[in-house]
Design a protein around this ligand. Sequence first.
Ligand code: ZN
Length: 104
Amino acid sequence: MSKNFKIHKDDTVQVIAGKDKGKRGTVVRVLTKKDAVIVSGINIVKKAMKRRSQQDQGGIADVEAPLNISNVALICKKCGPTRAGYKIDGDKKIRVCRKCGEAL
Ligand SMILES: [Zn+2]
């Protein structure tokens, strides 16, 4: 297991570094091997699309580029962007805010 993969698909995260700092979005993909995540509407880059058929005009599309996992943070209801930790509750592992202990 990678050290930092406390962020999962469908989590809401806040960008804490880079050009989209402060923005929030939903994780659409976790790229474990690259230590990166793709977040809906964040880190948009223009990508040239090739023409694939006579009808296809090709052109420029907006795509979401991966963000390094260290540049995003989970959001705690109380603390805002935070680091996540784990707490064992019986036989369950719960993801919690490291600052206040609230379940994330
Ligand atoms: Zn908290």
